[in-house]
Design a protein around this ligand. Structure first.
Ligand SMILES: Nc1ncnc2c1ncn2[C@@H]1O[C@H](COP(=O)(O)OP(=O)(O)O)[C@@H](O)[C@H]1O
Ligand SMILES: Nc1ccn([C@@H]2O[C@H](COP(=O)(O)O)[C@@H](O)[C@H]2O)c(=O)n1
Length: 216
């Protein structure tokens, strides 16, 4: 049993606000120092509910921006297990088929666990699992422009489908669930995933935590 407990850092905010970029930049800049055993990223999207029992046309109608679309109980169980020094099997998700694949990713406990996703701060049980809560406060028009380009290039969508989904669910759910969850954040980050000062503040915090582990 290690003498440290993982530190769990949540990175929340609108779709395409830069959560993934922020998490991946921290990971890339710390991985040499911390090693594979030191840091990992978990994506909330991996915990979208399995929809393999539904026809593709039905899956296309799911509201993916409502909290009910996620199996947050499983994410919460997995974080608890990692904090109890147990390995977990994280589901893998496919945005083209709108469901989980048959594969899972094995994750062992790490000193630093970065969790990123739109609705992490909305759920009180999940909130209790996070040591540091971050909210990416990127203007919604910038998020929309980035989402169109990402979803067309990487997620197999058309501009028309992104537009319809944005107006019917993404935007209304943002105002109902995502933006109000900003109140729970410890750090609110402007200007997205490339904000160098914000990246350095979070990295400095991680270094402080690691120093404490060394002393324990
Ligand atoms: N500051 C930025 N400048 C330019 N492009 C960015 C910036 N932040 C994110 N992007 C791009 O916008 C898209 C969405 O960013 P991403 O980090 O995936 O958002 P999220 O994880 O919040 O959905 C990606 O294609 C990413 O490369
Ligand atoms: N089958 C799916 C599942 C999710 N989405 C959208 O993904 C967004 C969350 O992921 P980000 O990387 O953008 O944070 C969310 O807004 C869902 O609308 C989807 O389009 N299809």
């Amino acid at each position: 049993m290690p003498n440290w407990k993982p530190t769990v850092i949540a990175i929340a905010g609108a779709s395409a606000s830069g959560k993934t970029l922020f998490a991946k930049t921290i990971y890339r800049e710390l991985i040499d120092e911390l090693g594979e055993e030191g840091i990992v990223i978990i994506n909330e999207d991996a915990y979208y509910r399995d929809q393999s029992h539904l026809a593709l046309a039905e899956r296309e109608n799911t509201n993916y921006d409502h909290p009910n679309a996620f199996e947050h109980e499983l994410l919460s169980q997995h974080i608890t297990a990692l904090c109890n020094n147990e390995a977990v099997e994280v589901p893998q998700y496919c945005y083209k088929t709108h469901t989980r694949t048959d594969e899972t990713t094995a994750i062992s406990p790490k000193r630093i666990i970065l969790v990123e996703g739109i609705l992490l701060l909305n759920n009180p049980d999940l909130r209790d699992r996070f040591d540091i809560k971050i909210y990416m406060d990127t203007p919604l028009d910038i998020c929309l422009l980035r989402r169109i380009s990402r979803d067309v290039n990487e997620r197999g969508r058309s501009v028309d489908s992104v537009t319809k989904q944005y107006l019917s669910t993404v935007r209304p759910m943002f105002y109902q669930f995502v933006e109000p969850s900003k109140q729970w954040a410890d750090l609110v980050i402007t200007r997205g995933g490339k904000n160098r000062i914000a990246l350095d503040v979070v990295k400095a915090n991680i270094h402080q935590i690691l120093q404490k582990h060394l002393k324990e």
